[in-house]
Write a protein that binds this ligand. Structure first.
Ligand SMILES: Nc1ncnc2c1ncn2[C@@H]1O[C@H](COP(=O)(O)OP(=O)(O)OP(=O)(O)O)[C@@H](O)[C@H]1O
Length: 257
């Protein structure tokens, strides 16, 4: 469904993605792992057709996706409905006067019937019905994230690009959301640097290294057991801590967020 061939993206002169090649089948779930700044969000933006690499080819359902292709109005509408992205910062996505209008926006844009029923259905799923008449800006970070998720899922996309989707969610909501994603039969690419969540979200991971190249592409389970790869990806660190009066240091895989 998605195929990237030798994608290189530069920001001014800085290489942000270096020679990225991988494919994702329909309904496959992939976790994109890597430390801050390796290019995960940039890769999602490329997959969402928001920015375009200087080198390489992006094929979506076998068709080359570039600026020219997205200028074709009917293709653009189809692609925008099928491939949706949740940004890391929900504030970027919220621009309507009420939560209701936020969820209804895409439904109206793509001519869905029963907009009212659909808004209420998705608000109920995310537990945000009581906020429907409120301004999205009055909500907490986690609530805003739920509004964004309800808005993008309401238009029944085929590909979900989720940038750190659990970063604003509390532990209980994170647990619920992971189960919810596992039940969704969609193609998904989810970024995180949270190793414990990675293992629960997908069977496959693509890991970006600090050289902005793919360091690993395969089973999450295997990656998480490979201490050398984890060190190379800088996803574990040496950290001193205290057991009674003894201080010692060893590698840690725990997540801070
Ligand atoms: N709009 C921008 N202008 C200039 N540089 C940018 C811009 N967006 C990202 N970058 C740079 O591109 C690199 C990759 O950023 P990106 O946000 O894709 O990384 P990331 O892996 O998603 O990081 P994080 O885990 O912190 O979200 C970083 O060095 C960043 O400074």
């Amino acid at each position: 469904m998605i195929e990237l061939r030798e994608i290189t993206y530069k920001n001014e002169e800085k290489v942000v993605l270096n020679d990225i090649t991988f494919s994702i089948n329909e309904k496959e779930k992939v976790v994109l792992l890597g430390i801050n700044g390796v290019g995960k969000s940039t890769l999602l933006k490329i997959l969402n057709g928001l920015i375009f690499p200087q080198e390489g080819i992006y094929l979506y359902k076998g068709e080359k996706l570039d600026e020219k292709k997205l200028k074709d109005k009917s293709f653009n509408k189809k692609f925008r409905k099928e491939v949706v992205m949740l940004f890391q910062n929900p504030d970027i996505m919220l621009f309507n006067p009420t939560v209701y209008d936020e969820i209804a926006f895409g439904l109206r844009q793509f001519d869905f019937d029963d907009v009212d029923g659909r808004v209420k259905y998705w608000a109920d799923i995310f537990g945000i019905t009581k906020y429907l008449d409120k301004s999205p800006f009055e909500l907490s970070g986690g609530e805003k994230q739920k509004v964004c998720l309800a808005s993008i899922l309401a238009i029944e996309p085929q590909v979900l690009l989720l940038d750190e989707p659990t970063s604003n969610l509390d532990p209980r909501t994170t647990g619920w959301f992971i189960d919810f994603l596992n039940d969704l039969n969609l193609t998904m690419i989810i970024t995180t640097h949270n190793l414990s969540i990675a293992g629960e979200l997908a069977e496959r991971t693509v890991v970006l290294g600090e050289n902005h190249k793919i360091l690993y592409d395969g089973k999450v389970e295997t990656f998480l057991k490979d201490e050398n790869l984890l060190i190379e990806a800088n996803l574990i660190h040496i950290h001193k801590h205290r057991h009674n009066s003894i201080i010692h240091a060893h590698y840690h895989t725990h997540d801070w967020d």
